[in-house]
Design a protein around this ligand. Structure first.
Ligand SMILES: Nc1nc2c(ncn2[C@@H]2O[C@H](COP(=O)(O)OP(=O)(O)OP(=O)(O)O)[C@@H](O)[C@H]2O)c(=O)[nH]1
Length: 879
């Protein structure tokens, strides 16, 4: 039983192993009627695993094409539909897995019996020749790492899809061996390499690099290029070592329809449907270029590389390399940058021995991360605290009051200086307060990848209670897993009602300790100072619970919390040291800036020689201004600091020209598969509280054992910058329901690639999330903002209806666009524009700063003050 469980694999694991997209595999499993397959995380029973593997290896025929099955009426685009396949005697069936499901039993599928001898007979006759005539190749491209996507004990029985030599295969038990070309035993560095990334050697069975079929040695009977067409039904003469795959794949026209059908492996089918460049490349049958001898070099690839440079390294002409790349389905020019994987594949194809090294980025990570601290090296460190709360509830007053307490307690002489954080001592224990209150600052820092806060003080005015931004602050802190200590402020006021605050907070999961919960709540008055000591005490208690520790005896690393250009001193920045001790004279790196610490100044304006963990300090010695939120690390020497800074600058340039940084719903499933995420984080904004709650609950219910839908925040009203920041910081998607979006929020979302999805129908939102969780999200149309106009007057035009006399405040209004009418922050109508006029003329567009008349289709209720937001729909490219 235990053994059986061990054999179970999850869909995504199997898909990865077979180099299939999980969706395709799920499809196949469904068609095989394997039960319990819900998504990529579902486990597959060993029997079904075997069936799928057999199919993939060509031992069993694939199931009918999906087009043929679900839509019988659909015209078969490539081949004869399944029913037309000539039934063959079921006689010499290979052993079938004993599956309980009827589909995998031979009986219900008489139309597609397996007749090894007849289904893929010809290539088999050639294989021994291929395998045995090229022992050198086999050595260079050890079987299991190349064409063989997984070892199988029955390898010898393979049919035409097995391209491995029949001779001894090195290490047949290892499904993922060293990469091709990598020195035996794989001297690839143990770090940084994403094992999930398909190793070039782990390409699909029968793929280009497949054992005996690979180029690299002259083949007898040379002209084997695709298109050299040879009738496949006729068993080829045994002599030339023509690769089986060539015949199977490359001459489809020569095949009879049913043969074609039978020869199709699921992978062929999958590739046809997927059609991505990489797949094409992987599926490609390498073409033997007899004009070029194999490259006899050993080269090192440590990251992406320009075609020209790779050709240099290989000692061949760039044109030759390009030719080979084109053969592999990669269309490139001489200055094109190849990613590491492609470079390794093509170099190996050409016969070079490739050593993969950690990229600069990977080396950088190692250098920066340093070694793990031994537990015995850890010492207690002060907590770093941020104050949050609703507007006017007293955040600044409370911070001021707290800071003022240290004047009496600390040693004399220090002049408080604003450096972005202050240190306050209580009972001899320091507590560090970040000077900028508010959850926006807190989350902005997180959005930059830095989390410096250990504890959040939530200020709630006792006379006002929980307000919208109180809730936001709670959710922002929760999203960051930062514990909250509540300061119930303004208790000096006659209408203060701390009990009410405690009660209201329970609704948001904050239960006061005195009520049996675990949230410390302290009544205070920033005005009178009452309760401040207790609050500081509470912070120390919370810190103690958290066991905040760091190793002070190592080179420092921390975060920039503030940076400014000082007229006299040049660029200065405040660093919050996270671990280690920072000294004057240390060489540092921060983002793309590096330098040597010239001076350290603490929050009292005193020069210090060193600072330890959790301490804020102003650092002089920057030659450029770093950015708040950047990391700050001490480097062994200037050379290394400079080299990493340069590499980062290059990457930054490259990344700003390409790829999105945020998470999108479209790519969520891919990330899920790659195990990058297990949570789908959402921020929900709706027109009314009821719909926000309903949506949150409905979406929450979509969680399953494998993926958790986490609603980080729900709120009422427009989507704000703070929502976008929260989404960015937490890798969340924003769901807007009947709400508009603030301009700044849109700009930030566009810049940071935060996915904002707006809906008018609750089920559409639920459907989209549901589909995203199963990887079935259809390519969608995405809204593209065009412009915004304000209705300043309303005209009633006979026979036409209401026309808004508008002023374009942002972007431009296009006659062809769709329009959303927003009144008091709520979307009240969405539809088309019926007319767009400048004076009396119909126009196609009106730009910012101009007036125009806008009439709406099927909407006459335009009112002065309405905002007309114009947008268009743009197809989102499938990711
Ligand atoms: N009576 C009383 N008033 C207070 C107390 N704390 C703050 N206030 C007053 O409340 C008002 C708002 O205080 P701030 O400290 O500016 O509040 P804030 O939360 O920082 O406000 P924003 O920065 O605008 O978000 C000021 O008029 C303060 O004087 C208190 O404990 N008691």
């Amino acid at each position: 039983m235990a053994d059986k469980d061990k054999d179970k694999v999850r869909v995504y694991e199997l898909a990865k192993e077979l180099k299939l997209d999980s969706r395709r595999l799920i499809d196949l499993l469904h068609r095989l009627k394997v039960e319990g397959i819900k998504n990529h995380m579902s486990t597959v029973e060993p029997e079904a695993v075997k069936t799928v593997r057999d199919i993939m290896e060509g031992k069993l025929p694939p199931e009918p094409k999906p087009e043929a099955k679900p839509r019988p009426a659909a015209a078969a685009s490539t081949s004869t539909p399944a029913p037309a396949v000539v039934p063959k005697p079921a006689a010499p069936q290979p052993p079938r897995p004993t599956m309980t499901e009827p589909r995998v039993n031979p009986a219900p599928r008489p139309e597609r019996p397996v007749v090894p001898g007849s289904s893929r007979p010809e290539p088999m006759t050639n294989r021994p020749a291929a395998g045995t005539t090229r022992p050198a190749d086999n050595q260079r491209y050890p079987g299991p790492n190349r064409g063989d996507h997984r070892p199988h004990p029955a390898a010898g029985n393979r049919n035409g899809h097995d391209h491995r030599p029949t001779g001894p295969r090195p290490n047949p038990a290892a499904p993922t061996g060293p990469r091709p070309g990598a020195p035996a035993g794989g001297n690839r560095p143990p770090y940084g390499h994403d094992q999930r990334r398909p190793a070039p050697g782990g390409r699909p069975a029968g793929g280009p690099p497949g054992g005996a079929n690979r180029p690299g040695g002259p083949r007898p009977g040379a002209p084997n290029r695709p298109g050299a067409g040879r009738p496949l039904a006729v068993p080829p003469p045994p002599t030339p070592a023509r690769p089986a795959r060539d015949q199977n794949r490359r001459n489809p026209k020569d095949r009879k329809p049913h043969e074609f059908e039978e020869r199709r492996s699921l992978r062929d089918w999958d590739e046809e449907r997927m059609g991505s460049r990489k797949k094409k490349m992987k599926a490609h049958q390498p073409v033997q270029d007899t004009s070029m001898p194999p490259v006899q070099r050993r080269i090192v690839i440590s990251g992406s590389i320009v075609v020209k440079d790779l050709a240099d390294q290989l000692g061949i002409k760039a044109t030759e390399l390009i030719k080979r790349l084109i053969n592999l389905g990669v269309m490139v020019g001489v200055n094109h940058e190849l990613d590491k994987e492609t470079a390794v594949i093509v170099a190996t194809e050409l016969g070079a021995e490739v050593e993969e090294r950690a990229s600069v980025q990977e080396q950088e990570e190692i250098l920066i991360q340093g070694e793990e601290d031994a537990p015995e090296s850890l010492r207690e460190r002060p907590p770093v605290v941020t104050v949050m709360g609703h507007v006017d509830h007293g955040k600044t007053s409370l911070l001021d009051r707290i800071r003022s307490t240290r004047v009496t307690q600390s040693e004399a002489g220090g002049i408080t200086q604003h450096i972005g954080a202050s240190v306050v001592e209580h009972d001899g224990h320091p507590i560090v307060f970040l000077d900028t209150p508010g959850h926006e600052a807190f989350t902005a820092m997180r959005a930059r990848g830095a989390q410096v806060t250990d504890i959040a003080i939530l200020v709630v005015a006792a006379n006002d209670g929980v307000m919208p931004q109180t809730v936001e602050a709670i959710n922002h802190a929760k999203a960051a897993n930062v514990p909250i200590v509540v300061a119930i402020n303004k208790i000096d006021l006659p209408d203060a009602n701390p009990e009410r605050v405690r009660t209201e907070l329970t609704e948001y999961g904050l239960i006061a300790e005195e009520w049996g919960g675990d949230t410390i709540m302290v009544p205070v008055s920033a005005r009178t100072g009452e309760g401040i000591d207790k609050l500081l005490e509470a912070l120390l208690v919370q810190a103690e619970i958290m066991e905040l520790k760091a190793n002070p005896d190592r080179p420092a690393s921390g975060t920039i919390i503030e940076a400014k250009l000082d007229r006299g001193r040049g660029p200065v920045a405040t660093v919050l040291v996270k671990r280690g001790t920072l000294h004057v004279g240390d060489v540092f790196l921060s983002g793309t800036v590096w330098g040597r610490v010239r001076a350290l100044i603490n929050d009292r304006g005193q020069r210090v020689k060193e600072v330890g963990p959790s301490m804020p300090v102003e650092v002089l010695g920057f030659n450029e201004l770093p950015e708040a939120g950047d990391d700050f690390v001490i480097m062994p020497d200037e050379r290394q600091a400079k080299s990493i800074a340069d590499a980062r600058a290059n990457r930054l340039r490259a990344s700003s020209e390409s790829g999105p940084r945020g998470v999108s719903l479209d790519e969520f499933y891919q990330r899920l598969k790659d195990e990058a995420v297990r949570d789908l984080n959402l921020v929900i904004k709706a027109d009314v509280h009821g719909s926000a709650e309903a949506l949150a609950q409905a979406l929450d219910k979509l969680s399953n054992d494998e993926v958790r839908v986490r609603v980080l925040h729900t709120g009422v009203g427009s989507i704000t910058e703070s929502d976008v920041m929260l989404a960015q910081a937490s890798g969340a998607i924003i769901i807007g329901f009947g709400v508009s979006m603030e301009s700044k929020a849109r700009q930030l979302a566009e810049r940071e690639h935060v996915d904002i999805r707006q809906y008018r129908i609750i089920y559409e939102a639920i459907d989209d999330i549901k589909q995203a969780l199963t990887g079935m999200l259809e390519p969608k149309y995405q809204e593209l903002f065009l412009g915004r106009a304000e209705v300043r007057e309303v005209f009633r035009v006979p026979k036409v209806g209401a026309v808004g006399g508008c002023y374009v405040t942002e972007g431009k209004i296009l006659r062809s666009g769709q329009v959303r009418v927003i009144r008091d922050g709520t979307v009240i109508h969405e539809g088309a524009i019926a007319s767009l006029k400048r004076f009396k003329d119909d126009v196609r567009e009106v730009a910012t700063g101009y007036e125009c008349g806008i009439g709406l289709e099927k909407f006459n209720d335009i009112k002065v003050g309405d905002i007309l937001e114009v947008f268009t729909q743009e197809e989102v490219k499938a990711s």
